[in-house]
Ligand binder design. Sequence first.
Ligand SMILES: C[S@@+](CC[C@H](N)C(=O)[O-])C[C@H]1O[C@@H](n2cnc3c(N)ncnc32)[C@H](O)[C@@H]1O
Length: 259
Amino acid sequence: MSEDILYDQSHIGFLEELWGEGFLSPGGPEEVARVLDGVDLTGAKVLDIGCGSGAIAVLMVRDHGAAHVTGIDVEDPVCAAARARADAAGLTERITIDKVTPGPFPYPDQSFDVVFSKDSIIHIPDKEALAQEVFRVLKPGGIFAASDWLRAHDGAPSPEMAHYIALEALDFAMASPARYRAALAAAGFGDVALVDRSPWYAEVAAAELQELSGPRRATWEARHGPDFIAHQIETWTAMVPVIQSGEHCPHHIRGRKPG
Ligand SMILES: C[S@@+](CC[C@H](N)C(=O)[O-])C[C@H]1O[C@@H](n2cnc3c(N)ncnc32)[C@H](O)[C@@H]1O
């Protein structure tokens, strides 16, 4: 994690306009529901790792029936946005947002029924330590249900992938499905499952590039500035081919702590 704020107000504003209010990742409520497919949140205590600006914490309480969501993040602007969103939804009592430092979670063993994360573990380089921490804070029988941006292999990225990652400038620490699978198994998880979401996001990302660079470009430029939008178009132009090639491969990730 760098010392700089990576998700500042301008970045939050742009991503929320592209992906929906309170969302700093693609897919909206439908994709969250797919990540949670088959996981009953009714009455559950949930940890949301990398909660961003909080729409998903609200969704999990309001629409999925969670009793309480603890959202953790490492940056002040997103934590403030998430707290404001929980307050505005009247869910202050059922959503706690904790700013944390990277590393072990500040919660006792067996604190949560479900640990959720959407497109945030990409920022956590030590997948093995993360898997152990998730396992530690889950109750027996608890579920880890996540989505994340992975890459096909753990070797040196192709020049196209390296170019894309450099443009993102977001301390990405992408790892392969094989590394995630091994990390979860080594931590003790059973029923480990990974589902490749790149066919879905390849289509969505191509549409996003068209949205930013097509006839509506001037509207985006008016709201976010021509230089900012030019950089986003450059980033998306680099991203679409590496998703289509499968080197950048978003996945859903699932594991169950034996109960
Ligand atoms: C792409 S955003 C996704 C946010 C949210 N999950 C969503 O889908 O809207 C990634 C988030 O992970 C957070 N993050 C980065 N490093 C983290 C860490 N070590 N622990 C928890 N969150 C982290 C970032 O600050 C950011 O809010």
